[in-house]
Design a protein around this ligand. Structure first.
Ligand code: ATP
Length: 239
């Protein structure tokens, strides 16, 4: 089943008198249970695409459909999306993991009891249960990232958006996050993640879309992308 359909997205930013064509005709689909990695160098347009899919910024042209519904026309379809967009900023640092999960769960339409129950299940599963009553600011960077993903999943979305999910994590925390992401996809959630690290894309994604200067250069199975591009200067540049 197709969870996400993106057709011919365009976005130009206006900065003072300069126009920046950040996204220039991006199209892609992701099926339930599939992980697509958006791979590209800094400034390629990955975050802008993700923000348009998450309904945060409006495309100049093109369309987004989440499970068949356009979030820019029907904001309720955003309840089908979970997103970790800028590191841990979707967390309240002085609140505990339990409180964060309950708060964001109710914000996305769950009643308090269900939000609490889902939250506890996620904390258990993400190995954070012992920290459930500790202020988020006392958690390690890796724990905060796992919690941010748990918060994005509390309302059981069909599509999970992750912007650079392993950036700034040590090897063990990064491995933990990659394992969790794979498990979440296996349960049927579609996942779109951005990365500029080839090894992250190689380890967890089913397909890779290489994006540069706002355009998709190639989009294939991860194995095919590695075969085609490994050794090329382009991959070396972005890896
Ligand atoms: P990074 O990994 O550095 O975040 P990215 O691939 O996610 O890169 P974007 O953040 O989408 O790329 O940026 C694409 C282009 O748009 C860049 O040239 C960037 O400077 C520009 N840009 C992004 N956000 C804005 C904004 N709010 N206003 C003006 N220009 C922007």
């Amino acid at each position: 089943m197709i969870a996400l359909e993106v057709h011919n997205l365009h976005k130009t930013y206006k900065q003072r008198k300069k126009l920046i064509e950040a996204v220039r005709g991006v199209s892609l689909n992701i099926n339930s249970g599939e992980i697509l990695a958006f791979l590209g160098p800094n400034g390629a347009g990955k975050t802008t695409c993700i923000k348009m899919i998450a309904g945060l910024i409006k495309p100049d042209a093109g369309s987004v459909k989440i499970a068949g519904s356009d979030p820019h026309r029907n904001p309720r379809s955003l309840r089908l999306v979970g997103a970790v967009l800028e590191g841990n900023r979707n967390l309240y640092w002085r609140l505990t993991p339990e409180e964060n999960l309950e708060y964001f769960g109710t914000l996305r339409g769950l009643n308090r009891r269900v939000a609490h129950k889902n939250g506890l299940q996620l904390l258990e599963r993400f190995d954070l249960i012992s920290k459930r009553r500790a202020p988020v600011q006392t958690l390690s960077r890796g724990m905060q990232q796992k919690l941010a993903i748990a918060v994005a999943l509390v309302h059981t979305p069909r599509l999970l958006l992750l912007d650079e999910p392993t950036l700034g994590l040590d090897v063990e925390a990064s491995q933990n996050v990659k394992t969790l992401v794979r498990e979440i996809a296996r349960e049927g959630c579609a996942i779109l993640l951005t990365t500029h690290q080839l090894d992250v894309a190689e380890e967890i994604s089913d397909r890779v879309a290489i994006i540069q200067q706002g355009k998709i250069l190639a989009e294939e199975s991860t194995r095919e992308i590695i075969r085609r591009f490994s050794g090329s200067t382009y991959i070396i540049e972005i890896a």
